[in-house]
Design a protein around this ligand. Structure first.
Ligand SMILES: [Zn+2]
Ligand SMILES: [Zn+2]
Length: 716
């Protein structure tokens, strides 16, 4: 009898055995449909063996071994296994989360052809098509010029043209990727490219530390070209879905003839499954994507690139809580290829590796464009130049000067909505979220109160629910309120607000960015959405409002994030020939963070922060993990954690376990949340402890408590 050992997406840290008539070790990595209780599940074969510990009469038979795609490769399974072990999640859950949704279903995948060619009838039809048949004409013209990959036309058009006999399925077009390098590299870029190129074929982690505008992308393009020239593929990870279309365009323009595949959660399911298969078959030269793309099944990755490696969005915040940045390094190491971590403000973890020589430090200290200066940073002391409706006199004057010169200004306020709190002036009642320990944010346009943590929404009350006072006051300032006051102060200016409320519809941000570039807005008001990626050549002034709030945040990572955010938003000013200016409104102009920012001194800032972290015993000098529990009542969550601690395996001397405490945002979406923090001087000791503890936790009955382990947590 042959036994399949199968990883299934169930919350148990083990595999499951099934009988099968015939299977060989070559079936490891195949999808298989199996019975699980009354359900049918799709799993992945992780082992084929001859015997099972399950008694034969209780062994169930697998429904079907699927051969709709090639088995997942051994190195891919090793990546999944490492993820499962390191982040303490069941292997089946990791694999399931890493696969595109269509491959998680317990049924064979039917995707249709990978490419189309035009027929004689199709050629004849082009001339006779009515002019309103735009989509069909476009598809036929594309096909007339050469084989068309299936993902470049919509399924409906393809079906129609196949039915008419105007197109026929054919194998994927052969690719002959070329690389275009239109301008010479700066000496710093050339040195970085050379160092990475020299490492191709071996593992090496490189930190590409380059200020905004220093041309990191150019380095990525060149080293990707070098990997392609070796017949290998490039994997490029970016933090934001919004950034992928533009990056894909940039890569497409520079790599004519190459197949570039985008993998993000925004890609529709069928397209994503198709993209995944193309990658697995080796038909993709370059894979671009967000964190989930770290699991792209590349057969021969030659280089791994992580842009904006410090960005918190590389860490998954639910389910399998992996860091795509860290997995990218693991993957490069396992594959024996270089990994490039790029940032103007790297995470302290990465930066410290560069200081100790574990990572190679490559620096791009200057802007790539000849003569392009860094923006002049100025701190405006709110104690002597107080803000009026959020904006102080010197910032208002700077905006006015831009208006007169026909240039654009950006006011950066990282808080959306009209006002963060609604207060009763009579009894001090504030509007709170019924499901979270958070204030409801006033959204004036829709006359709603919204929770930015759980999405709860309710109308703005007419009167205070406690005392009946009708004079409720929106307190504090969000982007909507700033937009209104700026529009009142500059009545002739065109003001545009850019935040996740104004860009909710897919594609809207692209449209807004285009209209900004076309000069349709003179004053931009925006959150961090605006800080990333897009360049507006006519934007010469950035005003930063209310950055001080982050200085007093309880999270020890807050200064690191604030510095990164302010560096990033400053980088928006003065990209072209016009020099940029950045004004930061603050009550603490002497604060070392601001002082370092004014000097554009990441390294000095990071050095100081590292010393503080070392003294206080925080990462990267210790490793952290936390056990989180969520229950309807806080007492239940705490009690669960207390029991978990009491029953924990003996602690290694290197591991410290703290008492259970509520999370900073204790109540979220009607769940009360608490955690136990673990710190360790040794990653190995922490991992050993977590493995034993996690086995015990999975074995226990949690009752009405939900729990998970978060390894290298970012949020507290
Ligand atoms: Zn009241
Ligand atoms: Zn809420």
């Amino acid at each position: 009898m042959t036994i399949l050992r199968v990883a299934l997406d169930v919350p148990l840290p083990r595999t499951f055995d099934y009988r099968v008539e015939r299977a060989t070790p070559a079936d490891v990595g195949r999808r298989v449909v199996v019975p699980f209780g009354p359900r049918k599940l799709a799993g992945i074969v992780v082992e084929v063996c001859e015997s099972s510990e399950v008694p034969p009469e209780r062994l169930r038979a697998a429904h079907a071994l699927l051969d709709d795609l090639a088995p997942l490769a051994r190195d891919w399974l090793a990546l999944a296994r490492f993820t499962a072990e390191y982040y303490q999640r069941p292997l089946g859950e990791v694999i399931h989360a890493a696969l595109p949704p269509r491959l998680r279903r317990p049924e064979p995948l039917r995707l249709g052809p990978t490419a189309y060619a035009i027929t004689q009838a199709g050629r004849a039809a082009i001339a006779t098509l009515p002019s309103r048949s735009l989509a069909r004409r476009a598809a036929l013209e594309l096909a007339a010029a050469g084989t068309v990959p299936a993902d470049s036309i919509t399924a409906a058009v393809a079906r129609d043209l196949l039915a008419r006999g105007w197109m026929e399925p054919c194998p994927a077009p052969p690719r002959t990727p070329a690389f275009i390098a239109p301008h010479a590299l700066t000496s710093a870029q050339a040195a970085a490219v050379e160092a990475i190129r020299a490492a191709l074929g071996t593992y090496r982690a490189c930190l590409l530390l380059g200020i905004t505008g220093s041309g990191k992308t150019e380095v990525y393009l060149h080293v990707a070209a070098a990997a392609l020239a070796r017949g290998q593929q490039a994997l490029v990870l970016v933090p934001e879905i919004n950034l992928t279309p533009r990056l894909a365009e940039e890569f497409a323009a520079r790599f004519p003839g190459a197949r570039i595949v985008t993998l993000t959660s925004a890609v529709p399911d069928t397209e994503r499954a198709r993209a995944w298969l193309a990658v697995q078959r080796g038909e993709a030269d370059i894979v671009l994507g967000t964190r989930l793309a770290v699991f792209a099944p590349l057969p021969a990755p030659g280089i791994v690139i992580v842009d904006e490696e410090h960005d918190a969005s590389f860490k998954q915040q639910d389910g399998v809580r992996y860091s795509a940045r860290d997995l990218a390094v693991f993957r490069a190491h396992a594959a024996g290829v270089p990994v490039v971590l790029g940032s103007a403000t790297p995470s302290l973890e990465t930066y410290q590796h560069a200081l100790t020589g574990r990572y190679t430090l490559l620096e791009l200290p200057r802007r790539a464009r000849e003569g392009a200066a860094l923006p002049a940073m100025r701190l405006v002391d709110l104690r002597t130049d107080p803000a009026d409706d959020g904006v102080c006199a010197s910032l208002a004057a700077a905006v006015r000067a831009r208006l007169e010169r026909g240039e654009q200004s950006l006011l950066f306020l990282n808080r959306r909505g009209y006002a963060p709190v609604l207060v009763c002036g009579a009894c001090a009642w504030t509007a709170g979220c019924p499901r979270c320990s958070a204030h409801l944010v006033v959204h004036l346009g829709e006359r709603a109160l919204r929770c930015h943590h759980c999405g709860h929404a309710q109308p703005v009350p007419r009167a205070c629910p406690t005392c009946g006072n009708v004079d409720l006051v929106p307190f504090g300032r969000g982007t909507q309120r700033l937009e209104a006051s700026v529009a009142a102060r500059f009545p002739d200016a065109r003001v545009m607000r850019i935040d996740s409320d104004s860009t909710r519809n897919r594609g809207t941000w692209e449209a807004m960015a285009a209209s900004i570039r076309a000069g349709e807005a003179q004053i931009l008001i925006g959150t961090q959405i605006l800080a990333k990626g897009h360049d507006f050549p006519n934007l010469t002034l950035v005003g930063v409002l209310n950055a001080d709030a982050a200085l007093v945040a309880p999270d020890y990572r807050a200064p690191e994030r604030l510095f990164a955010q302010l560096m990033q938003v400053s980088g928006r000013a003065g990209r072209a020939d016009a020099p940029g200016e950045v004004l930061i409104q603050t009550r603490y102009p002497e604060h070392p963070l601001y002082q370092a920012l004014v000097r554009h001194d990441f390294r000095g800032f990071a050095q100081r922060l590292l010393e503080e972290r070392e003294q206080a015993g925080f990462p990267p000098y210790v490793y952290e993990a936390s056990l989180r529990a969520e229950a309807r009542q806080m007492a239940d969550a705490i009690a669960f954690l207390q029991r978990a601690c009491a029953g924990a395996p003996p602690l290694d001397a290197a591991v410290t376990m703290f008492d259970p405490v509520p999370l900073t945002l204790a109540r979220h979406n009607a769940w009360e949340r608490a955690q136990v923090l673990l710190q360790a001087g040794s990653r190995r000791a922490l991992q050993t402890f977590l493995r034993e503890w996690s086995d015990m936790l999975y074995g226990a009955k949690p009752g009405a408590v939900r729990w998970h382990l978060d390894v290298d947590p970012l949020e507290f």
